[in-house]
Write a protein that binds this ligand. Sequence first.
Ligand SMILES: NC(=O)c1ccc[n+]([C@@H]2O[C@H](COP(=O)([O-])OP(=O)(O)OC[C@H]3O[C@@H](n4cnc5c(N)ncnc54)[C@H](OP(=O)(O)O)[C@@H]3O)[C@@H](O)[C@H]2O)c1
Length: 286
Amino acid sequence: MYETAVTVIGLGPMGQALAGAFLEAGHRTTVWNRTAAKIDPFVARGAIRAETASSAFAASPLAVVCVRDDAAVHATLGSTPPTGAALVNLTSSSPAQARGRAEWAAAQGIGYVDGAILTPTPSIGTPTAFVLYSGAEQVYDAYRDTLASLGGTATYLGADPGRAAGYDTALLDIFWSAVSGIVHGIALAGAEGISGRDIAPYAQGIFGLLPEMMGRFARQSDARDYPGERSTVDSALAGIEHIIATAESHRIDVGALTASKAVIARAVAAGHGKDGLARLVDTLRS
Ligand SMILES: NC(=O)c1ccc[n+]([C@@H]2O[C@H](COP(=O)([O-])OP(=O)(O)OC[C@H]3O[C@@H](n4cnc5c(N)ncnc54)[C@H](OP(=O)(O)O)[C@@H]3O)[C@@H](O)[C@H]2O)c1
């Protein structure tokens, strides 16, 4: 006995995880992908093959699209006159792209919800999955039970279709800044003859400090109050200078550090050297 019928458009690693989760949950699942060979294993698992994106869209009351980016969504659906009832777009995009996509959907008479998947492919269909949604509330309410097949936590953030992408973009900003720090730190350690394995436990200790810092900075930034009793912007300027000098001495790229130093120096120049580091949020805005 099938649950809701659902279409998955896009069978990259994430689309495959989504289609797999819908199939596992017993939904009648239609699939389409630009490269048709990726469809075959899903047909073998019980999915229905669509020959075109538009026939995939028409096959189910709910279509979930998950391709590389908004340009790929456009390439897939833009020139097709979709006739499906509702579209949940789980492609990562900017808030502006999500709002533009919602306008496009409205012009086609399609109910639209934008989503942001915050967790990797192995989480999908398990309790660790985390997906944010925003856009048409009626559409979300109509399909929340079907979308629950993707597992874990689903959070609806309201009618603005760009809101889920806004959260996602800010969170990815934090993530990629951390990735940049990890690779840079390993490179710098290596230049000093310290192996990755030797530095890793200490770096993991630093990461252990960050959850508390995230909450404290967020509170201070919301309150526009930046007490400097733990550490100051003045002190950060001195600290980042010796990191840059060391990296330069090893001919390691200092682009990201130099950009960070410029923000810190701007805060000092504006008279905020005695403030805590959350002050830099304000400096970035000004
Ligand atoms: N993988 C993850 O862990 C993860 C986590 C969170 C969010 N996401 C998001 O999920 C989305 C999909 O990611 P992914 O991991 O599945 O891999 P991906 O490499 O970002 O996307 C691959 C999919 O996009 C399709 N595609 C790319 N360009 C296209 C175009 N011009 N026209 C039509 N289709 C096109 C591919 O079709 P072909 O097979 O024909 O190339 C394939 O179906 C992305 O927005 C990604 O940011 C992924």
